[in-house]
Design a protein around this ligand. Structure first.
Ligand code: HAM
Length: 410
């Protein structure tokens, strides 16, 4: 028997219905902020991902050569692709652009609960706005989308200016090494690396910065921050908007394209893989041959949201089983069409079963049976049986539709 590839999942109808139900809540939340959906290819030129992150990222990706000898990669995230698309298709469009996506990503990681090789991100990118309000909008949007799902989670907001100011005398590679330790909260490794670089004195301020939770403290630790006013404005807007968050200047984010505001969210009831959203302000467009446009965005790990929610009851359709005899079939087809035209799920027998066997099947799979024999067909009526209560009445199709709809609304 052939099995699915490691780190991938199959979704049966119940699970897909639950997923679509939650997805639609997030879609509705971002729609109300004016974000419109975009779609990019599942695979891209490998360069799109290595240009910024270096060849090291190849270890974490599905990389292949096509028959034309091109080096391609299955997308590990969507942001780079969205910015590529912006440059290719929309660089002259009026700014800001508010775009969102719901798309699968592929990472060659060691699978565990909440960490897969194929997973879905629900994200947004705000392109062409470089203000505190833009930073704040992206955070508010992520909060709105996650809150709409009903999960409980914590939001942590930071800004890279503080860390960068402390590290300003280090070479870019040194900065990256330090940031990589901080990203993994590996303080032992940090001490070793700093000592290696002859910068042991930085250890104390870095540790203090990571632990501090207020702006005045952070300004004191990190020294003169050019973005001081911007950071204050952004947090002021979040406070005015009633967003619940804590400040955390230890957030450095794994993907190294961020330039300013950064944020992460963590679900309360998840284990090791509890980060459900990550995002921030970044600049990528100039790397791909475009203008140096400011952008900000986030991606929610949709599968982790579903794990956090646990067993979600799918939004349940009311189902009508159309049960008919040979003499009733022609009228039953018309009744089935009428039910479906009214938006009701109606299923007919495909197995050549007897009336009794059709009814038995309906009682397992449907909420109502609409029984149409010779008598009903001649009278233009259906015998509608409520399969939960056992009640049944004979009525015309319009009244049967109204009865089923009233049940769905209860
Ligand atoms: P990221 O933090 O790499 O950011 O991924 C975003 C979210 O995707 C994570 O917080 C996590 O919930 C989920 N995720 C990541 N890897 C996996 C996995 N293997 N299995 C399941 N879920 C996973 C980005 O991808 C950026 N593009 C976010 C962004 C958008 N920044 C600016 N705009």
């Amino acid at each position: 028997m052939i099995q699915k590839p490691r780190g991938t999942r199959d979704f049966l109808p119940e699970e897909m219905e639950a997923r679509r139900n939650i997805e639609s809540k997030m879609r509705e939340a971002v729609r109300r902020f004016g974000y419109r959906e975009v779609c990019t290819p599942e695979f891209e030129d490998l360069d799109l991902f290595t240009l910024r992150s270096g060849e090291g990222i190849i270890q974490e990706m599905y990389v292949f050569e096509d028959k034309g000898g091109r080096s391609l990669a299955l997308r590990p995230e969507i942001t780079a692709a969205v910015i590529r698309m912006y440059i290719n298709e929309a660089r002259v469009a009026p700014k800001p652009l508010r775009w969102c996506y719901f798309a699968d990503c592929f990472r060659y990681e060691r699978p565990q609960k909440g960490r897969y090789r194929q997973f879905w991100q629900f994200g947004a990118e705000l392109i062409g706005a470089d203000t505190a309000m833009a930073d704040a909008e992206v955070i508010m949007l992520a909060a709105e989308a996650l809150n709409a799902t009903g999960i409980t989670w914590d939001l942590k907001v930071g800004h890279l200016a503080f860390m960068k100011n402390l590290l300003k005398d280090l070479e870019p590679t040194g900065q990256r090494r330090v940031m990589a330790h901080l990203d993994k909260k590996d303080f032992e490794g940090l001490t070793v690396t700093l000592a290696d670089m002859g910068k042991a004195d930085l250890g104390e301020s870095l540790t203090a910065l990571v632990a501090c939770r207020t702006l005045p403290e952070a300004f004191e630790i990190a020294g003169t921050i050019l973005e001081k006013e911007r950071v204050e404005q952004m947090t002021g807007i979040l406070d005015d908007a009633g967003i619940a968050y804590s400040l955390n200047f230890g957030i450095v984010r794994g993907l190294d394209y961020y330039t300013g505001m950064v944020f992460e969210g963590f679900a309360h009831n998840l284990g090791a893989e509890n980060q459900i959203v990550g995002g921030g302000a970044y600049r990528l467009a100039h790397l791909f041959g475009g203008d140096d446009v400011a952008s900000a965005g986030f991606a929610i790990g949709f599968d982790r949201v579903m794990v956090s929610l646990g067993e979600v009851a799918p939004a349940k359709d009311t189902v009508v089983g159309i049960v008919c005899t040979d003499e009733g079939r022609s009228f039953a087809l018309a009744v089935g069409r009428a039910f479906r035209a009214a938006g009701i799920r109606a299923e007919m027998d495909l197995m050549g079963r007897s009336l009794g066997a059709q009814l038995a099947h309906a009682s397992r799979s449907a909420d109502f049976a609409a029984v149409i024999g010779k008598r009903e067909a001649e009278a233009g009526q259906v015998t509608l049986k409520n399969l939960h209560s056992g009640e049944q009445t004979t009525l015309d199709p319009a009244a049967a539709i109204a009865e089923v709809k009233a049940h769905g609304a209860r």
